[in-house]
Write a protein that binds this ligand. Structure first.
Ligand SMILES: [Zn+2]
Ligand SMILES: [Zn+2]
Length: 344
């Protein structure tokens, strides 16, 4: 029987399709036996709205074990534990040619000529070897499945230029927020104050090292921020809630000259009053995905325990239940990341 892959085929449609994985991979490619795939909020969003998805969106956070290597692959072997990364810059596209290798047109696995016809909601996937990273011994396959969302956080923190002594405000303690918080600490942030309506998520954030965590309407939030900063406000604020509605209130919490970084990418139209930004001369920044070199650093942070998944990945479900799991997340949300095990 052909292995099954689940793909998002339209609004509220998750279709099981048969896949065929070649025994001998293409030259330069590797076949990975999937261990865990994370159910990303962007998968759920694509499922709800039915917007055109790419195969790398429909199950794009994954780890596994190399099952076969194609001709010309020298740095990976059968049995290696791996995680997906992003492709190294191609060096020849229009962005690479003018020195913006970090904005290469072909960074995603889905932009490759041999992109898989499905994502990693399946048992095996064939990908270019350049899109993989070997996991160090001290890093589990569960952690490996969270490397991609952690890299989204890492990229944003790196771009926001956090420095030692900074006070950080983090809005939204979902998976990206929890990684952003930990990476900001690694970059030198002294305090990280979290804003999150869900009490369970606030508890996880505190467990992973947040200085304090508040519900959005808690008056102690502003008081605490001012107490930590001699009344100035936060140096950097990260929007990780997926709702542009917090963009207005975040201005209140930032110091003059502070940085406001959008990590989530809300698709809704939101109202902002730009004069509030200019009156404080804020740097308003955005961050897209990640670059290959960031994954190399991140695996070391995971290995040393500087970035952890404690409380982040609390549930593993078998692949066969994916349609019900998607429906449940649409209806009730998911406090943290659900991992899919294709062996189940
Ligand atoms: Zn994702
Ligand atoms: Zn390029």
């Amino acid at each position: 029987m052909l292995p099954t892959a689940y793909v998002i085929s339209g609004a509220n449609e998750l279709t099981a399709v048969g896949t065929s994985v070649p025994e001998a991979p293409l030259p330069g490619h590797v076949i990975v036996e999937i261990a865990f795939t994370g159910v990303c909020a962007s998968d759920i969003d694509a499922y709800r709205k039915g917007y055109p998805y790419s195969p790398t969106l429909s199950g794009h956070e994954w780890s596994g074990v190399v099952a076969a290597v194609g001709e010309g692959v020298v740095d990976l072997a059968v049995g290696d534990r791996v995680s997906r990364t992003t492709m190294p810059a191609c060096g020849t596209c229009k962005m690479c040619k003018v020195g913006h290798r970090d904005l290469c047109d072909f960074f995603s696995l889905g932009s490759q000529a041999t992109a898989p016809a499905h994502g990693a909601y399946t048992s095996h996937i064939q990908v270019p070897a350049g899109g993989l990273i070997r996991l160090p011994d001290g890093m589990s396959l569960e952690e490996g499945a969270m490397l991609e969302p952690a890299a989204v956080a890492y990229h944003a923190v790196r771009r926001s230029r956090v420095e030692a002594g900074d006070t950080v405000l983090l809005v939204g303690a979902g998976v990206i927020g929890l990684f952003t918080m930990q990476v900001a600490r690694v970059f030198g942030a002294t305090d990280v104050v979290v804003v999150e309506p869900d009490a369970d998520r606030r508890a996880v954030a505190l467990g992973l090292g947040a200085t304090a965590a508040f519900a959005p309407d808690d008056p102690a939030l502003l008081e605490t921020l001012h107490g930590l900063t001699d009344g100035r406000g936060a140096d950097v604020a990260y929007e990780c809630a997926g709702q542009g509605s917090s963009l207005m209130s975040m201005v209140t919490y930032l110091r003059p000259g502070g940085r406001l970084m959008m990590i989530s990418a809300p698709t809704a139209v939101v109202e902002v009053v730009p004069a509030l930004w200019t009156s404080k001369e804020l740097d308003v920044q955005t961050s897209r995905a990640h670059s290959r070199d960031e994954f190399e650093v991140l695996v070391r942070l995971f290995e040393r325990g500087l970035v952890r998944t404690t409380g982040v990945t609390t549930e593993v479900v078998p692949l066969s239940t994916l349609p019900q799991v998607f429906e449940r997340i649409v209806e009730y949300g998911a406090a943290h990341r659900v991992l899919v095990d294709p062996r189940g």
